[in-house]
Design a protein around this ligand. Sequence first.
Ligand code: CP
Ligand code: NVA
Length: 307
Amino acid sequence: MKKDFLAVSDYSADELNDLIDLAIDLKTEYFKHGNPPLLKGKVLGMIFNKPSLRTRISFDMAMRHLGGDALFISPNEIGLGKRESIADIARVLSGYVQGIMARVFEHDHVLELAKWSAVPVINGLSDYNHPCQAMADILTIKENYGKLQGLNVTFIGDGNNVAVSLMHICAKLGLNFAIANPEGYDISEKAVELAHKFTTTSKSQIKFYRDPHEAVIGADVIYTDTWTSMGQEEETQKREKVFPPYQVNQKLLSEANPEVIVLHCLPAHRGQEITDVVADGPHSRLFPQAHNRLHAQKAIVLQLMQG
Ligand code: CP
Ligand code: NVA
């Protein structure tokens, strides 16, 4: 197991499957009689350079359920890379806490933290990827279908951080991944190349579409996310003109497999990338998916911080 959790692409399929299975065990145990205090005395320092509901609260609660604690580190206070270098912050924090979770803009910042930190670093979202989200997504898919290999996952919308991690985890674990996105909003070539590399072992298929209606044919999972990610706010108006054909609505849903499930990392912009009817309808797994952040991350902190 690696020291850090920075990208699902850093992990082997076996390691990812083991983490998912650990999350399932921890979840079952939690609902039966609670988890044992395996992280007693351990503290996760949480750096947030962007806002959060799910990531912040689910990491905090994951630590508490395991007998540990979490510490919110205000961005204004530490001024990551501004008030003090990332290398110095990492080395100082390593003497205070037993793990660091960071949500950053530039992906290099979380890499730099990991490079200098003596304790595990977990990526809680960067402009490039969102690996903890992908773990909760796969957990939700596995709970729903009882399997992973051969399922068809279709992402509708921006080729963003969430899409990158989802594509990589699908490519690692043998799920087929398709994305439909407007021109100019493709997943980066570098991330696509990496995904193709993984498919030589997993036999996953990766497909790229402009037309969302074509992309959802045969889909077992439809996934969407905001049209404008954190940090891109000045592009909001431009994006609102380009993305409406990529809305996940009842019509699009009816073109997928009859048992299709709908996922969204949240926060949702209802009426934009997803309609209320779909988000609150029988195919939606949005809230179990959000709740699974807790269980997936419990497995991650336990794996990295125990011992
Ligand atoms: N999905 C997700 O990461 O949500 P938050 O931004 O609220 O943490
Ligand atoms: N793509 C979104 C995900 C939020 C959890 C963003 O980066 O804002």
